[in-house]
Every structure is written in C-alpha cells, then in structure tokens.
Design a protein around this ligand. Structure first.
Ligand SMILES: *Cc1c(COP(=O)(O)O)cnc(C)c1O
Length: 234
C-alpha cells in the first residue's frame, strides 16, 4: 500500500546519506559519529510506518500532541526526539516518552522537567538550546548566559544535560558556519570548566539546507525534515 511513498522516501534517504558521507569525508569524521534524526513534524503517521524498514530509527517532532498521537500508532521501533518549543504544561506527558528533549531554553522549563521527572522516578536527558546570535530575537538561551544556566540547571535532580542545540538563521554559508562554530567552541569551553556531572557529548545542529556545514563544524545530531519528506504545508 505504501510502496510508492516508501520509494520516494528511500530515494531521498539515499541522497541525504550520500550528503552525510561526503561531508564526513571532507571533515575527516566517522559517519558513526553523526546521527540522523528524521524530522517528521507534519508527516502523517501512516507515512511513517515504513521508516524502520528503511533504516530510519530516530524521529524528531516539535508538537507534543502530534508526537503522542503518532506514538500510539507506531510501535517502539522508533526513538523519539522532541525538538520544538516546549510549554511547561505539556512536560508531564513527555516524561519517559522521549529519548532526548533538544529544546531546553529557559529555567522555568528546566524546573518543570526536573519536578515531573522526579515525580515519575525518571531521568530526562536534555540539550540546552542556545541562541548563538544574541543580536537577533530568537529562541534559546542567550550565548553569554549558557555557562551560568548550565551551572544552575545541572544541580537539578531528574534532569541530565547531554549537549547543546542551535538553529542557524536561514542564509548562506558566511552566516551559518560561524553560528555552528560558536556552538562547538562553547561546548569545548564548558568542557574545560569540568562541572560535576556535566558531560556534553552532543551537538544538535544542521537541518536540510545546512547539515553538511554543521557536520564539518562538529554536529553529532542532525535534524533533517524536508530533504527526506518534501516541503511541509505548514
Ligand atoms: C522543522 C525543524 C527541523 C527540520 O527542518 P528542515 O529544514 O525541514 O530539515 C529541524 N530542527 C527544528 C528545530 C525544526 O523545527
């Protein structure tokens, strides 16, 4: 039934995989160190049934309701990542349901994740979403506040910070590359601080338009939607 749609995704995945391979070669990195997260927001659950068979094991969603509805439909063959703006009143329903929340961007949210995780006897892994371009009004913790935020948040129970995430502005390489490089350098700087219990293994950066640059700048998780599933209607 899905054979046609499956072929389209399979071809797109082959193209994306080739782009990943080339970027890794250019950067002298191992492909194993870069994980593809297929961003399935706006993709119907029915279209996602065949993803595991194609070799896609990680999906990213940006709306809690959509994620929960799809989890009901699809089995445990997929690893779920939450990548969108997260409202505090939705936190509870995500606990124990996602591998990683990429978008921790404010301390109110950190406290809520902590409280709900402890309540559920869980530890929730998160990335700090960083705004690398402070001049612009964007989502994310301002670059200059990252260390202080991390120091405070890493003390909370039930929450484990495993890396950093950023979204680059749309634009050419001259704009995008420095953003990714800043995140990489921030990670190294934080590592040097040797904060107790903090080990930042992940850099989540790069989307359909710019993931090769992100890989060259050290991304370990890339979030790719439209290059796999075509343009979104929203
Ligand atoms: C939608 C989205 C993506 C994927 O974007 P594409 O350009 O379709 O690859 C990646 N990250 C976040 C946070 C998103 O919201």
């Amino acid at each position: 039934m899905h054979l046609n749609g499956m072929k389209v995704i399979q071809d797109a995945l082959a193209a994306v995989s080739q782009r990943i391979r080339t970027a890794c070669q250019r950067a002298g990195r191992s492909e194993q160190d870069v994980s593809l997260i297929a961003v399935t927001k706006g993709v119907a659950g029915q279209r996602m049934v065949d993803l595991p068979a194609l070799g896609i094991s990680r999906v990213g969603e940006s709306r809690v309701q959509e994620l929960l509805a799809k989890q009901k439909l699809l089995d445990a063959a997929l690893e779920w990542h939450f990548i969108g703006k997260l409202q505090t009143n939705k936190v509870r329903s995500l606990i124990n349901r996602v591998q990683l929340i990429h978008s921790l961007d404010r301390s109110e949210l950190a406290h809520e994740i902590s409280i709900r995780s402890v309540e559920a006897n869980a530890t929730t892994s998160v990335l700090l979403q960083i705004n690398c371009l402070e001049a612009e009004e964007r989502n994310g913790i301002p670059f200059g506040d990252a260390l202080r935020f991390l120091e405070q948040t890493s003390k909370l129970p039930g929450i484990r910070i495993t890396g950093l995430m950023t979204i680059a502005p749309q634009g050419d390489e001259a704009i995008v590359r420095p953003v990714f490089r800043r995140l990489y350098e921030l990670r190294n700087k934080i590592d040097e601080e040797k904060l107790p219990g903090v080990k930042l293994e992940h850099l989540s950066m790069g989307m359909s338009e710019d993931f090769e640059i992100a890989i060259e700048e050290g991304a370990t998780l890339i979030r790719v939607g439209s290059a796999l599933f075509g343009p979104r209607s929203r």
